[in-house]
Design a binder for this molecule. Sequence first.
Ligand SMILES: C[S@@+](CC[C@H](N)C(=O)[O-])C[C@H]1O[C@@H](n2cnc3c(N)ncnc32)[C@H](O)[C@@H]1O
Length: 263
Amino acid sequence: MREGSHYTFGDQGPAAERLRRLASLYRPLSASVLEQACVTLGVAADLAIDLGAGPGYTTELVAEVTQARVAIGYERSPAFCAEARARCGGSLDFVELDVGAEDLPIQNVDLGFCRFLLTHLPNPLETLGRWKKALRPGGVMVFLEVERLSSSDPVLARYYRMIEGVQAEHGQAMSIGRTLEALVQKAGWRVVDSQAVDPCLPASAMATLHRPNLESVRKDPWVQGHFKPEEIDEIAVGLERIGAETGKGTPIDNVLRVVIARA
Ligand SMILES: C[S@@+](CC[C@H](N)C(=O)[O-])C[C@H]1O[C@@H](n2cnc3c(N)ncnc32)[C@H](O)[C@@H]1O
């Protein structure tokens, strides 16, 4: 990661594999929202962008669903960009950029996608305002963020408290989905659709997704000040146990906010 920026879950070790898993879990929902955005756009998308592209799985999905002639993923991490370029073999473009701080170096975008990124930005309102300039008039943007993520299970509850705390320490909001529609509107976009969606993922899948995050999160000074190493180890073991559960298992409240907006 570059100096001066903070992404809670890091780009090293298991981070890319975690995003591959995340992409597969959220693929059906994301594909159907992208299809809805294509219908809203009303014409074939020529130019599509993906903000906070990670190792490129979302950019691939955007290209596949929209059939855009050009699809570009913007991502701050050089490691994720390199992995995306290696995997996609030049069929898609990946540009290293801090989209929270810099203007998007593009215009006339037909369709944009932004999943699980605004939650990591300290200034989402100002950033949303700047992104508008990249879209053509009538261009459509899809936003997808966590609105609620909680559990009565003590391990998951402690994990979520840790993530919420560390993100707040960096000026970020874990559950930014709660205010997403208002933020998008306030930044000058026209909201076309806003829905709370339950992705229907079992706690075991979520725990398996969360477990690798502990490796980067435990290095954070705020986490070190608020959680003992043994406690983090306990959470790790607990997440592994929940991850191995079959059947209905642990209760989890996982709701996303999906907003489709026009520039
Ligand atoms: C939770 S991941 C989501 C990746 C992808 N959008 C998805 O849904 O699978 C967040 C991604 O945003 C990237 N990111 C965080 N802050 C960023 C910024 N300011 N500019 C560009 N990318 C950023 C991270 O490096 C990471 O790849």
